[in-house]
Design a protein around this ligand. Structure first.
Ligand code: SF4
Length: 346
């Protein structure tokens, strides 16, 4: 086991990644980077991280910003609950980042993995991280076939990672094993021929590297049908802030009719769901702009249709929505799906 840590740290000294958040021991910056990297690849997250910490360099600047501005800086990254949790946690800290594991773990949006990462990277505390990379490296090297998404698998890998952790260099060890999984022991076609651990690797000796890690649950993906209404009322359009807790809470989108089943557009236009937006006596011109636009999220496949509705500038329709000049609509934080629509039609 000691040899595992030694070989890993030796490899890391030579091949570890140079990432901007590793140049700092500032827990705030490490926290931001870890939240971004929870569901985002390093290459995509880098530019977001740099922009974010430039605009919000510390806890106080984040806490004193508006939620809408924070969302705008998050636009395009997805999993928007991360931005809401950051904002909430920044308020709760009252200007001071917590210095204990318990304090860090109690922050909104911080789970075991993120707390271990922050505490080891910022404070050199001996907490082992377990993410997808670590799961993969450990289950392969030790030939662990307990499903990593089961309680028993999580416990087994977690305890093993904690046992292996270098107590002298916890930050380096955690970063090393994550880099090792990201660069060498990759999900597909791991570079076993270059691997310093190959001599002791159980999965390699079984010639079954891609069978690890074992998982028991497959994510169930559901279909949803979004019918967006793009209103053109002179130089204005209408947008809505999404309030529901499922996806994109706090982001802006076009007025929407949503369904779990596809609806023929003619039927939609004569439905009560569409009619409730329209003020009595108004006769909009209607045109379909896009149909069958597929947008994949982790648990959902969205099928979007965009319907243009032309009304007079002083319309009373859509009055429950926010009326904004078309020229300013890009200043609002919107999901990627809506952003792509704006890019094409504005
Ligand atoms: S030998 Fe291959 S599977 Fe085993 S730890 Fe190294 S890269 Fe991963």
């Amino acid at each position: 086991m000691k040899q595992f840590a030694t070989l890993l740290l030796t490899w890391y000294k030579q091949f570890g990644r140079h990432l901007p958040w590793r140049e700092s021991r500032d827990p705030y910056r490490i926290w931001i980077s870890e939240i971004i990297l929870q569901q985002t690849r390093v290459e995509q997250g880098m530019a977001y991280y740099l922009r974010f910490v430039e605009r919000f360099p510390d806890v106080s600047s984040l806490a004193s910003a508006s939620m809408d501005e924070v969302m705008k800086f998050w636009q395009g990254l997805g999993y928007y609950s991360r931005a809401r949790h950051l904002y909430e946690a920044a308020h709760a800290m009252q200007g001071v980042f917590p210095r204990t594991y318990e304090g860090v773990r109690a922050l909104s949006g911080v789970g075991d993995y993120t707390a271990a990462a922050i505490c080891s990277f910022a404070y050199d505390m001996p907490y082992a991280v377990v993410d997808g990379n670590v799961n993969r490296v450990l289950t392969r090297f030790f030939g662990i076939s307990t499903p990593v998404d089961s309680a028993a698998g999580k416990r087994e890998v977690g305890q093993l990672a904690q046992t292996l952790l270098s107590k002298e260099h916890p930050a380096d060890f955690n970063q090393a094993i994550m880099d090792f999984g990201a660069l060498l022991c990759t999900p597909r076609q791991p570079r076993c021929e270059d691997c310093p651990l190959a001599g002791g690797c159980k999965a390699l000796s079984e010639q079954a590297v891609e069978s690890y890690p074992v998982k028991c649950h497959k994510t169930k993906v559901t279909d949803r049908y979004f019918y967006y209404i793009y209103v053109r009322a002179g130089v204005y359009t209408f947008i809505n802030k999404r309030q529901s807790d499922d996806i994109w809470k706090g982001l802006y989108e076009l007025p929407l009719v949503e369904s779990t089943e596809p609806i023929p557009v003619e039927q939609l236009l004569s439905s009560a769901a569409f009619a409730h937006w329209i003020a009595s006596g108004e006769q909009p011109e209607v045109r379909i702009l896009q149909q069958g636009v597929k947008h994949q999220l982790s648990h959902r496949t969205l099928h979007a249709t965009f319907i243009e509705v032309v009304l007079p500038e002083a319309t009373r329709s859509f009055s429950a929505c926010l009326k904004v000049p078309l020229a300013e609509v890009e200043t609002y934080a919107v999901p990627r799906l809506i952003h792509a629509f704006f890019e094409k039609y504005l």
